[in-house]
Design a protein around this ligand. Structure first.
Ligand code: ADP
Length: 269
């Protein structure tokens, strides 16, 4: 609570009383804290690769460029860090665009086939899972319709799939499935990966939250993937869920509102 006081006087300056205004600033404070944490996190995430790039550049400048083998190694490292900066900035832009569009009610949703989006995601997932020799399973009803923004939904699902690939050992299986409930479409991405312990589960959708900072940075994420997923799903009027058990795997769920009967009648034939 914030209090502001002032003295009330008449025209001759005699004190008549006092006025105290009480404002509830709890919400504002919370927002301010979130903003401050966010700026600190972004700065830190950007600073780490830049410090490294700067160090290698200085070493090169001081003569290390003359040793070809070392110079190439340094440049590879600098390139890796530059790619990382690029990915963080792409994700930040993505996140702020979705947030802005959601606030202004400018996220375009149209009646469309969730099945089509899923098939695209499965195709991309198979391509990405090749390197780790992982299997992608897929199961969904033939007709699956909701009010969606197909490219945003695809982005959200790909973020989940990429995480499942990143946080699993080679050779494991990822199951992508969808079911139609009476009011909702439920999409699940299930893996047999490292899993997430209970204490972290409620926080992983926060920006830059990582279960294991060192491990997860090395694996190569920006720490923004799940925040993007959450915002995209909220823009669809839906919600996200996660279940996980360490050492066994995780299941991420997306619930999209859908009154299937009405929507099917509206689908262009
Ligand atoms: P990142 O870019 O680090 O992957 P995300 O926002 O996508 O960031 O995920 C946040 C954190 O949640 C990750 O750093 C990781 O610790 C954990 N995580 C996300 N998906 C999975 C998964 N499928 N299995 C295990 N851990 C996961």
């Amino acid at each position: 609570l914030q209090a502001r006081g002032s003295t009330l006087r008449d025209t001759r300056g005699n004190v008549l009383g006092a006025l105290i205004v009480l404002n509830d600033v709890t919400r504002l404070k919370t927002l301010e804290n979130i903003r401050r944490d966010f700026v600190a996190n972004v700065s830190h995430e950007l600073k780490t690769p830049i410090t490294s790039i700067k160090g290698f550049l200085e070493t090169l400048r001081e003569g290390a460029w003359e040793d070809r083998e070392n110079a190439e190694r340094f440049m590879d490292i600098m390139l890796k860090h530059t790619n990382r900066l690029d990915a963080i900035i792409d994700d930040l832009l993505s996140l702020s665009r979705i947030e802005r569009d959601t606030e202004r009610g400018e996220v375009l949703l149209d009646i469309g086939s969730v099945r089509d989006v899923l098939e695209l995601v499965v195709k991309e997932a198979k391509e990405k899972a090749k390197d780790k020799d992982m299997t992608i399973d897929f199961r969904a009803p033939d007709e699956l319709v909701a009010r969606i923004n197909p490219s945003l939904l695809e982005q959200a699902l790909m973020n989940l799939v990429e995480n499942s690939i990143k946080y699993s050992d080679s050779g494991k299986t990822i199951s992508i499935s969808a079911d139609r409930g009476p009011k909702e479409i439920i999409i699940r991405v299930k893996d047999q990966g490292y899993g997430i312990s209970q204490e972290h589960l409620s926080r992983i959708f926060e920006r830059f939250y990582r279960v294991d900072k060192a491990r997860d940075r090395k694996i190569g994420g920006t720490g923004l993937g799940l925040a993007i997923v959450k915002h995209i799903v909220h823009a669809h009027g839906g919600r996200v869920g996660v279940e996980s058990s360490p050492g066994k795997g995780s299941t991420f769920s997306i619930f999209l509102p859908a009154d299937s009967k009405d929507l099917h009648e509206m689908l262009p034939r």
